[in-house]
Design a protein. Structure first.
Length: 263
């Protein structure tokens, strides 16, 4: 009934003598009717100079607020990000998960693991801690990462798996609290490594980040854009320091692996 009444009103206004052909100019009755109709209101550019200035200032403020967490992540990492050649000697390298394809590491994850294997071969690290998602039986990032590393010459007893690294904050906190890691070289792509380094430092780890170079393809740009949202969550994690989704008891995997690496 309501739609029928509104349609009748529209026809009445269209047939009114005050409305010219083609709708070039809308008179009062037409505007009053549009105000009553349940139509979606589109955003309008402010008509006054002051209104436009305020709109631009508001938009700029929103952009600044959106970029603040990502800026803080870069500042927090400071000069602690470089290449495998720049990385200092640490006992532990820490590799963050980056997804699987058909049970195997994605290209981005494979490149992280290649960098970790290089750190091991050059003697800069003795143990590799792989941290990723194993929340489902059919999805096991750490085991896939372990298999890849052993195929690249890293001994199995020098690899430690964290099966509850559900995000970067969880991985950093668990490395510190569960595996007893105090100093580590972190390995990830450039768009993520600043956040990972800042978070691990916030969790109490003396961290240095190795940024794996990647071509500027669609995946890289997607990852960079995603970092804007992820940095906001990371800033909250660093501020409030929540416990990981799963903490659990302490594990001796890193200590035992380091013991096996001793001469």
């Amino acid at each position: 009934m309501r739609r029928a009444r509104e349609a009748s009103e529209v026809r009445a206004v269209r047939e009114a003598p005050g409305r010219p052909e083609g709708g070039a100019k809308r008179h009062g009755p037409w505007l009053r009717l549009r105000a009553r109709l349940p139509l979606r209101v589109a955003l309008r550019v402010p008509r006054t100079r002051r209104g436009r200035r305020l709109a631009v200032q508001g938009l700029m403020a929103l952009c600044v607020l959106a970029l603040l967490p990502a800026t803080w992540m870069r500042v927090g990492a400071g000069d602690r990000v470089g290449t495998t050649a720049d990385a200092p000697a640490r006992e532990v390298a820490m590799v963050f998960g980056a997804g699987l394809w058909n049970g195997r590491p994605t290209p981005y994850l494979a490149h992280r693991l290649d960098a970790a294997a290089e750190l091991y071969r050059t003697g800069k690290v003795k143990v590799v801690l792989v941290t990723g998602d194993n929340s489902r039986v059919e999805y096991d990032e750490p085991d896939a990462m372990r298999t890849y590393l052993t195929g690249r010459g890293v001994p199995d007893d020098r690899i430690v798996s964290d099966y509850a690294g559900f995000d970067s904050w969880d991985s950093c906190v668990r490395a510190k609290k569960i595996f007893g890691v105090d100093r580590a070289v972190l390995v990830s792509q450039g768009f993520h490594i600043h956040r990972a380094t800042t978070l691990c430092r916030s969790a109490g780890i003396d961290a240095y980040g190795v940024a794996v170079d990647e071509p500027r393809d669609a995946t890289w740009y997607y990852g960079g854009t995603r970092e804007l949202a992820a940095s906001g969550k990371a800033a909250l994690d660093a501020l409030f320091r929540p416990d990981p989704r799963f903490l659990g008891p302490q594990e001796a995997g890193v200590t035992e692996a380091l013991a096996s690496a001793a001469p």
